[in-house]
Design a protein around this ligand. Structure first.
Ligand code: ATP
Length: 349
């Protein structure tokens, strides 16, 4: 797949503060990307550079091979054919849903415009709402209108800036899956910005974890979870604890709870102390296992219990256990490790 969007070594500062620092990533045609990071890490600034609302200090933004921005040059935002969806929906309150969706289609002949508006309302599940006004719709419906409006002129790329953060948690997850389906059905390339990992994982083919204006890793959600490149990414994505271990062979480690092989040889020296990442799904409950840990606390999540367990040494680990295994606080339970990917980091790295 060839890259549609290339964000190539881009830096941007506000005054003396660099907020985007030599960042690079690419998005293929039809792919959905997500920039994930905590508040102030520079996500929105990246979107603004792509949209053309912000100049770039160095590097290049290219779309389909065409330079949109570089130092001293920026193609006007309205000429980029990039659609935007905002956190606050930004619908025109005095226009009906149909008029909002058709807003970017004023140059089309009326019949063609009406056909495209109807097609989009159908696509976002609001076929019967054309005559309604934004204030008559729920937040989730307004956001779908906003998506339909952005898609209407067939942009080359859609940017979504925290599109679900005004919605409650349940709706957020449902709508992020719906929006993904809609974008995929339209074959649309898109970038989402969020600080919510569930949203990122539900929506995106590729996720980039940002910290302080830098992109730490750009990968599939699965790879970010199972093969985090840095300790920060390991910590930021999902849950888990770092457990001390010793390198026994180039690909084997010894933990308090046994020896495990399958480590990617990664410049470790035999005998070196490392930290191994244990995710809750790496620690399986097994009554038949001779290895036990004590239940320190538990959280009921419906389909599973999220246990915090204490090993004999006092080391804590987390375990995700099907919820019919309801154990009491203080009770010892059998555990065994089941790790597909062994992730270790140098001490202090
Ligand atoms: N116009 C501006 N002038 C000066 N500083 C700015 C401006 N816009 C953003 N900043 C600063 O740049 C940094 C990055 O901001 P940005 O909005 O890109 O972050 P973000 O990751 O999107 O954060 P959030 O999730 O809170 O929106 C922040 O420290 C912010 O305070």
């Amino acid at each position: 797949m060839s890259a549609l969007l290339e964000f190539d070594q881009v830096s941007q500062s506000y005054g003396d503060t660099r907020v985007v620092d030599a960042m690079s990533f690419q998005l293929a045609d039809g792919e959905i990307g997500c920039l994930l990071g905590s508040s102030g890490c520079g996500k929105t600034t990246v979107l603004r550079c792509i949209a053309g609302f912000e100049p770039v200090e160095s590097g290049e933004v290219r779309l389909a091979g065409e330079v949109l921005s570089r130092a001293g040059y920026a193609r006007a935002a309205h000429e980029r054919r990039i659609g935007m969806v905002f956190q606050d929906y930004a619908l025109f309150p005095h226009l009906s849903v149909s008029a909002n969706v058709g807003f970017g289609l004023r140059k089309l002949a009326r019949a063609e415009r009406e056909r495209r508006v109807a097609e989009l309302l159908e696509l976002v599940g609001l076929a019967t709402y054309g005559d309604a006004y934004p204030h008559e719709l729920s937040g989730g419906q307004q956001q779908r209108v906003s998506l339909a409006r952005a898609l209407a002129p067939r942009p080359r790329l859609i940017l979504l800036d925290e599109p679900f953060s005004n919605l409650d948690v349940d709706l957020r997850e449902r709508l992020s899956r719906e929006v993904r389906d809609i974008l995929k059905r339209e074959g649309m390339t898109a970038i989402l910005v969020t600080h919510d990992q569930h949203e990122a994982f539900a929506m995106a083919d590729k996720v980039g974890v940002m910290q302080g204006g830098r992109l730490l890793q750009w990968a599939t959600p699965y790879a970010l979870y199972h093969q985090p490149a840095t300790r920060f990414v390991a910590d930021f994505i999902g849950q888990g604890v770092f457990v001390p271990a010793t390198i026994m062979a180039p690909n084997c480690v010894k933990l308090e709870i046994g020896e495990f092989c399958g480590l990617t040889p990664n410049g470790f020296t035999v005998g070196e102390m490392v930290d191994v990442l244990l995710r809750p799904d790496d620690v399986q409950h097994d009554d038949a296992s001779p290895l036990t840990a004590r239940v320190e606390s538990k959280v009921f999540r419906g389909s599973a219990f999220h246990y915090t367990l204490t090993l004999p040494s006092g080391q804590r680990v987390l375990a995700e256990v099907p919820s019919h295994h309801n154990h009491a606080i203080g009770e010892p339970i059998g555990i065994r490790l089941e790790m597909d990917h062994l992730i270790a980091f140098h001490r202090g790295a």
